[in-house]
Design a binder for this molecule. Structure first.
Ligand SMILES: NC(=O)c1ccc[n+]([C@@H]2O[C@H](COP(=O)([O-])OP(=O)(O)OC[C@H]3O[C@@H](n4cnc5c(N)ncnc54)[C@H](O)[C@@H]3O)[C@@H](O)[C@H]2O)c1
Length: 341
């Protein structure tokens, strides 16, 4: 489909320039998009970004309270005819203070030919599925495909989504080890997902237990401006794959710096975060961007004893690829409300 054909297709459902499709979080969750489709879209996003085939400035932010941020995340993805912006916030104390989730925000999806808005949608579910998919894509190329153990630190929105489909990319998993400082979150995860998951989900009693027993170890807890290491360097060994959704927050600087390969999703974005003070001890030498390895222009895991750290902070191009598909399906299936502009 050409750009113009795509625009004509949209206008069969929506009066472009006069109305927008408004999608609540509940609406977005109802839109049919399978986990394998989300993974494929996310892989395309990582590859397109690292091949410099997208227009995505590093996300800029504001920081109203200590340890909080809003990020403005615009992107244009030519191959998906997708342009838009996510305005997302992260307030780690939200649940305790107000009962809201930690991450919130909206996405504005635009017609890239005229610039007018096409859709306004809640960003929570989009962020949830694409963040887990980035970890899946990373695990596919960086972890030992025979891994039998996967660890998840943080059993909130992101942690739950990670556990849900990790066995699709690590099919030999026998144990999924989970840990959360709020034990109820771990209990709820087991209760909700164990019936559908073949690998045994086990609650770790400590950081030490989960760190020592997980070949692939992922974390999605809170991003602190300065790392607050909870995982001792001596607990991490050769052959492990550490996938970080929460920057270096939980690890000692020496662990990150002794990795055989250290990857980030966007070099530009991490340099900007460093400028904000997020990596007070500096970033390690970067081996590659995640998308280079996913796309095959750089090698992933080359031996069983490499320690690999992959720090994916999230990119707007991932949101835009997924949003384009969600928007199309919402139009086709009649989900959402049309609001006048
Ligand atoms: N990289 C990305 O693309 C991306 C996208 C979305 C969210 N995130 C980050 O992922 C993290 C989790 O987000 P979420 O929406 O799942 O939040 P959430 O609040 O739903 O879940 C976080 C969980 O971590 C637990 N936790 C907090 N500190 C912990 C610690 N020190 N050790 C163990 N558990 C701890 C909390 O009890 C909670 O259950 C945040 O830091 C967020 O900024 C990253």
């Amino acid at each position: 489909m050409t750009k113009e054909e795509y625009r004509n297709w949209i206008s069969e459902y929506l009066d472009i320039g006069k109305e927008v499709l408004y999608l609540t979080q509940e609406d977005v969750r109802k839109i049919p998009l399978s986990p394998s489709e989300v993974l494929e879209l996310t892989e395309k996003a990582l590859i397109a970004y690292s091949a410099k085939k997208t227009d995505m400035p590093a996300k800029i932010g504001i920081h109203p309270l200590p340890e909080t941020f809003f990020h403005a995340m615009p992107a244009y993805v030519p191959e998906a005819y997708a342009a838009g912006i996510k305005w997302g916030s992260c307030y780690p104390e939200n649940k305790k203070r107000y009962g809201y989730s930690q991450a919130n925000g909206l996405i504005l999806f635009n017609d890239h030919l005229s610039g007018v808005p096409l859709s306004i949608l809640d960003c929570i579910y989009v962020t949830e599925i694409r963040t887990a998919a980035v970890s899946y894509a990373s695990a596919k190329v960086l972890a030992d495909s025979n891994a039998t153990t996967f660890g998840m630190i943080g059993c909130g929105v992101e942690g739950r989504q990670h556990v849900k489909n990790i066995s699709d990319v690590l099919p030999k998993l026998e144990k999924i080890i989970i840990y959360d400082i709020w034990e109820e979150a771990a209990d709820r995860l087991i209760q909700d997902f164990q019936p559908e998951i073949q690998a045994k989900i086990i609650k770790a009693k400590s950081f030490e237990e989960i760190a020592k027993s997980s070949e692939v170890l992922t974390s999605a807890t809170v991003i602190t401006e300065k790392p607050e290491p909870k995982i001792k360097d001596e607990w991490i060994g050769a052959g492990q794959t550490l996938l970080l959704c929460d920057c270096h927050s939980l690890y000692e600087d020496k662990t990150i710096k002794r990795a055989d390969k250290y990857l980030v999703d966007s070099i530009e974005q991490h340099q900007l975060l460093q400028g904000y003070g997020y990596y007070p001890d500096g970033l390690p030498a970067i081996y590659a961007e995640t998308g280079e390895v996913v796309g095959g222009t750089k090698k992933g895991r080359e031996s069983g004893d490499e320690l690999i750290v992959c720090n994916n902070v999230g990119m707007a191009v991932e949101d835009m690829f997924v949003v384009r598909s969600l928007f199309d399906r919402a139009l086709e299936t009649g989900i959402g409300r049309k609001l006048p502009l």
